[in-house]
Design a protein around this ligand. Structure first.
Ligand code: HEC
Ligand code: HEC
Length: 211
């Protein structure tokens, strides 16, 4: 039943995009991750060794990491409102879908209706097991690096995580990892997940100072 609904929705998505020349033509024209800027990279923790003041150095690790956190791949799923956003231009999600009590959508527009276990590039639909929206207290959209830093350290606003758990979540979680393999037409998050993990780890071990 669920699978049937997913197929019907995907057919609808493909049909609409054929009519509008939207997703489908992008999927045809775009090569995977085609629009990554040349400097879509992350500096290594070692490259901050020249900063003598440990607090300043720690904050510098976070500033570098914030390139990832503030990328559309993360903020589209950590939005300020109850609606996810789409694409590198962070436009409001079409069709209009809403967070719902469990972050997985409302009524017939559950995330899993359209978002499968993996990217479906033919229709330009991203996917990963357990695709859903981050809760409101974890919203990053429109926030500064300093604001995200304060919030991500706060167990009341980070899902009760310790700093050590943050290293693992950003460094090893596969839903987070989707951001580096986002499918056709989307710029991957900067650097690699491994490089991002190294920065979180360096930041935590140096006292987790904020910019
Ligand atoms: C009716 C189908 C449908 C439903 C239901 C749906 N989505 Fe989507 N979603 C899509 C399609 C299609 C795209 C790709 C659109 C594009 O990139 O132009 C997309 C893209 C996204 C993206 C963009 C990823 C990026 O960085 O570009 C996010 C985030 C997202 N959806 C979250 C959700 C969440 C969370 C839910 C449930 C609350 C949800 N979607 C429900 C069809 C759907
Ligand atoms: C498909 C949607 C989705 C995408 C894409 C996504 N997240 Fe999340 N994120 C979530 C959900 C849902 C939670 C809450 C899960 C929980 O607490 O167990 C969450 C929670 C988090 C948390 C812990 C809470 C906090 O705010 O401190 C971190 C850290 C995080 N995500 C990092 C990232 C990073 C980094 C990226 C991009 C590289 C990213 N996420 C992309 C859905 C997403």
């Amino acid at each position: 039943m669920k699978v049937t609904r997913q197929i019907i929705w995907l057919a609808a998505v493909v049909a609409v995009s054929l009519l509008t020349g939207g997703v489908a033509s992008r999927a045809v024209l775009a090569t995977p991750s085609n629009n990554a800027p040349a400097n879509n990279t992350l500096a290594s923790p070692q490259s901050f060794a020249g900063i003598a003041d440990p607090k300043v150095r720690s904050a510098a690790y976070f500033s570098e990491l914030s390139k990832v956190l503030m990328s559309p791949r993360c903020t589209n799923c950590h939005p300020a409102t109850d609606r996810p956003r789409q694409g590198d231009d962070k436009r409001l999600h079409q069709p209009p879908v809403f967070r719902g009590a469990d972050g997985m959508g409302v009524g017939s527009l559950r995330c899993s209706t359209c978002h499968g276990a993996a990217n479906f590039d033919a229709a330009g639909v991203p996917g990963h097991h357990g695709w859903h929206l981050a809760p409101p207290e974890m919203a990053w959209e429109g926030k500064t690096a300093a604001e995200i830093c304060a919030q991500i350290k706060d167990p009341k606003r980070n899902g009760g995580r310790t700093l050590q758990a943050l290293i693992e979540h950003i460094g090893d979680d596969t839903l987070v990892g989707w951001a580096w393999e986002p499918g056709v037409g989307r710029t991957p998050a900067p650097g690699t997940q491994k490089e991002a993990k190294a920065l979180v780890e360096a930041w935590v071990k140096s006292g987790a100072a904020c910019p």
